[in-house]
Ligand binder design. Structure first.
Ligand code: CA
Length: 235
């Protein structure tokens, strides 16, 4: 298996070494504490993902982010920030970031975000935004809203919802859901999907009046709604 190449730009030694330890078995990590050096590295090498701390000793992390995009670097970019309030998510996405994590974060959370970013790109065709029964899911921004209320989902919950929404109104078998959300796993506990669907329901259904995820006993699940009409995308 080829290791994915990650550029980590982080001046905090303890975080850099924790991430290196956590990621080095499945990724090839290049670590630098300098924004300027990172820009040069990214110009010469191809990375599968970039993890960027916003508070660097030599440059503003956001400026690094913008310059990477101006240089034509298309690798998914995950921002690490010490303070959620300093910059809004909109600012970060505007600067070219794909996702962000607020310190302190768990290594599990970081791995989950990275997993999503490293997933192969969607084949051309599916729309970035799907809307079913008042749920709006944006594949690119990795965001979900129901009745305009933002809902935070974990990566597997997101994948399951994405599949259910893509197949709204029809049966999604457990097997289909499993192979979509866990493409690299052969043997999952049979109730893994059910457990994640339960968590998904707690977030996407339970707080609302109408329950959209229907259990098809012995078979799987169905999102019981028709796709909404949404305006054509401009991008
Ligand atoms: Ca820092």
């Amino acid at each position: 298996m080829q290791l994915s190449r990650i550029l980590l730009i982080e001046d905090d030694r303890s975080i850099a070494s924790a991430l290196t330890q956590a990621l080095q078995t499945s990724h090839h990590l290049t670590v630098t504490r300098s924004g300027a050096l990172a820009l040069r590295k990214a110009e010469k090498n191809r990375y599968d993902a970039i993890i960027l701390d916003l508070g660097l000793p030599d440059m503003d992390g956001l400026a690094v982010c913008k310059q990477l995009r101006e240089q034509g670097v298309t690798a998914p970019l995950l921002i690490l920030t010490a303070n959620e309030k300093v910059l809004s998510k909109i600012h970060l996405l505007d600067a070219g970031a794909d996702d962000y994590l607020v310190k302190p974060f768990s290594l599990g959370e970081l791995k989950a975000r990275l997993w999503v970013l490293l997933r192969p790109p969607l084949p051309p065709g599916p729309r970035a935004t799907i809307s079913v029964g008042g749920i709006i899911l944006n594949r690119r921004a990795h965001e979900v809203r129901r009745d305009d209320i933002p809902i935070r989902l974990r990566p597997k919950e997101f994948a399951l919802l994405e599949y259910l929404m893509d197949h709204a109104g029809t049966l999604a078998t457990r097997r289909a859901l499993t192979s979509y959300a866990w493409p690299d796993r052969q043997n999952l506990w049979t109730n893994t999907v059910d457990v994640h669907i339960k968590h998904l329901r707690d977030k996407i259904d339970r707080p609302f009046n109408r329950q959209l995820i229907v259990t098809m006993h012995g078979l799987g699940y169905k999102l019981d709604a028709a796709p909404d009409t949404i305006p054509e995308e401009t991008t």
